[in-house]
Design a protein around this ligand. Structure first.
Ligand code: C2E
Ligand code: CA
Ligand code: CA
Length: 558
């Protein structure tokens, strides 16, 4: 029997015309209709042709994943909507002799009297002709209602007319898609986009409409009743899209909930896009909801960009210094340079407000260089006035790590102020393995700078990067132990991290130390260097010098 069915699938697949099949959920059987090869053929097997296809070993591996996804959808009655005309599924079979054959399967659901439960499915297989395959590969994303311009009209109409439903606009993209393109090549990048598109095609019901906006950015518009509908929609979609062949990647989703139905669709999309970019870099949450704060942020961003150049010329970017202490004897052993924007009208603007903007528009390069120069100047002033200098670490944004200019710049500064190189240390946040950034970090090392891995444990850095990068010091992020300290297990992780770092010859400093207990615990674990509010906040240069003076005085017993 099995043999006979497999033969039939093979025959079905060979046909150039439509082959129909019918799956009856009540009897759990299937039969072929209007089939020239098998007139009046009926079978009451518990299987169905989709499952048979799944077993066919000519089916492409990636398409098998998608087919499984489709089967699950068919089994989950809730995922069908009465307005669904049909589901389309395109798949590849290894050609019998050579090459690849494309097929399209369409599945038409029929509903029982309640209108909810799928009672039976009619389906068809069809071999795609050359033109259809070509269209698929070139135009898949941009045909008909998937074209962004046409999509905007459809979306506006839906939202305006369907007043019984609330609507959510969801935008998403692949995190680090450029990196995937660089690493695996553009062809694979395109395959991944097709894969995402196929899953969207399968997953979205007639009421859930989608379009590809650009590159790896997609938009879906869905009606919803409860917020949980949105979450489960996104999680289900994500589960289907994630991973292609053995390439892993993740997504960033932004959601805008429509309130004003007459709002231009472009603005709705932009708002979802803002929500999407707001969660970038957040390792724990990948769904962001738009709120009104974003608008305010956008306004500040604009005003920051308008003012930044003049601010640099007016010396409004000021270096503050936060001392680093030895836990055992509370002496100052170094400092970190942290920028503050002192605006004549607004007062002190904290770096979190403007650094992300500068990192996006590239201005961070100029601003950092300015702070590096402040640090060198300050070290020079210590030497000139006979004060025993301590090293100052400066932050080096990842934006610098695209080329070797930053090393030249640092070298020039050290020469210009004629200071020992070991007094200027570099704090770098290491994120994903990036070959280019790594070679830049190595270059800085070769040129003799001492390197601190910033924010270790914050989710960006990993033990893995420790192996391949030449850092001298591990800077344990405050989030690492503020949350971990509470549990025994967390404490173990910290103490093991500390002993492991020592084993491989890395020095350590803990940042964000706020309580005596934290300092004691670190000390017990073997970390004797700390920076944090327990000791001092970042302070202006002259205040720092006073701290140093007091420190030297106590050190000498006066
Ligand atoms: P970061 O490099 O991790 O700097 C440490 C941040 O932790 C500083 O925030 C510091 O004020 C804060 N901090 C220190 N001790 C404590 C503590 O005990 N508790 C708490 N809750 N916080 C503490 P700040 O100065 O606001 O700087 C924020 C971030 O902005 C920095 O994080 C750094 O990534 C960036 N940044 C600051 N200055 C510069 C700069 O000149 N260039 C670049 N590229 N980035 C900078
Ligand atoms: Ca830092
Ligand atoms: Ca840090």
């Amino acid at each position: 029997m099995d043999n006979c069915r497999n033969q039939m699938i093979e025959m079905m697949l060979k046909q150039d015309t439509y082959i129909y099949f019918h799956i009856d959920f009540v009897n759990n059987g299937w039969h072929l209709e209007n089939n020239p090869l098998f007139p009046d053929f009926t079978m009451s097997e518990t299987d169905n042709p989709i499952e048979d296809l799944l077993k066919n070993d000519r089916l492409f591996g990636e398409d098998r994943e998608k087919l499984r996804f489709l089967l699950n959808k068919l089994k989950d009655e809730g995922s069908f909507s009465k307005n669904d005309k049909y589901l389309k599924f395109q798949f590849r079979l290894m050609g019998e002799k050579q090459g690849v054959d494309w097929y399209e399967m369409r599945i038409y659901p029929f509903f029982d009297d309640s209108g909810k439960k799928v009672a039976s499915l009619n389906g068809s297989f069809m071999k795609m002709n050359e033109r259809e395959v070509k269209n698929r590969n070139i135009l898949n994303f941009y045909t008909n209602d998937k074209n962004p311009a046409i999509f905007a009209d459809i979306m506006a109409k839906r939202i305006k007319e369907d007043i019984d439903n609330k609507y959510a606009v969801i935008q998403f993209d692949v995190i680090g898609f450029k990196f995937i393109n660089d690493k695996y090549g553009e062809a694979i990048g395109n395959e991944i986009l097709h894969h995402i598109n196929d899953i969207l095609d399968l997953y979205c019901s007639e009421e859930q409409i989608y379009s590809r906006l650009s590159a790896d950015v997609f938009m879906v518009v869905i009606p919803y009743k409860e917020m949980s509908d949105i979450y489960s929609f996104i999680r289900g979609l994500e589960a289907g899209m994630i991973g292609y062949k053995d390439i892993r990647y993740s997504f960033a989703f932004g959601v805008f909930l429509v309130e004003d139905r007459s709002m231009p669709t472009r603005l709705m999309g932009d708002s979802a896009g803002l929500a999407r970019s707001s969660i970038k870099g957040n390792a724990l949450e990948n769904i962001g909801f738009y709120n009104n704060e974003f608008k305010a942020n956008l306004r500040t961003k604009r005003s920051i960009e308008e003012r930044m150049k003049a601010a640099l010329n007016n010396n409004e970017f000021v270096m503050f210094l936060q001392p680093k202490y030895s836990i055992s004897d509370s002496s100052i052993i170094g400092a970190e340079a942290l920028v503050r924007w002192i605006d004549p009208e607004e007062g002190i603007i904290p770096p979190d407000k403007f650094i992300p903007v500068f990192e996006k528009n590239g201005f961070i390069v100029k601003m950092d260089q300015h702070i590096w120069e402040c640090a060198c100047k300050h070290i020079r002033s210590w030497i000139d006035s006979g004060i025993k200098p301590v090293p100052i670490s400066v932050n080096v944004s990842r934006v610098h790590l695209t080329d070797s200019k930053f090393v030249d710049c640092l070298n020039d500064l050290v020469e210009k102020y004629d200071i020992p190189k070991d007094l200027l240390e570099l704090e770098i946040t290491e994120s994903a393995d990036n070959i280019n950034a790594n070679s830049m970090i190595k270059l800085a090392k070769v040129k003799g700078f001492r390197l601190l891995m910033d924010d270790f444990g914050s989710g960006y850095s990993s033990l893995n990067t420790l192996k391949s990068t030449p850092f001298d010091v591990l800077k344990i992020d405050r989030s690492f132990f503020s949350t971990s300290m509470e549990s025994q297990r967390g404490q173990k992780i910290i103490s093991h991290t500390i002993s492991m770092s020592k084993d491989i010859g890395l020095d350590l400093i803990a940042e964000g130390v706020e309580t005596k207990e934290q300092a004691d615990f670190l000390y017990d674990c073997g970390c004797n260097t700390a920076q944090g509010f327990l000791y001092s906040r970042p302070v202006p240069e002259d205040m720092f010098d006073k701290l140093m003076k007091n420190n030297n005085a106590t050190e000498h017993g006066a």
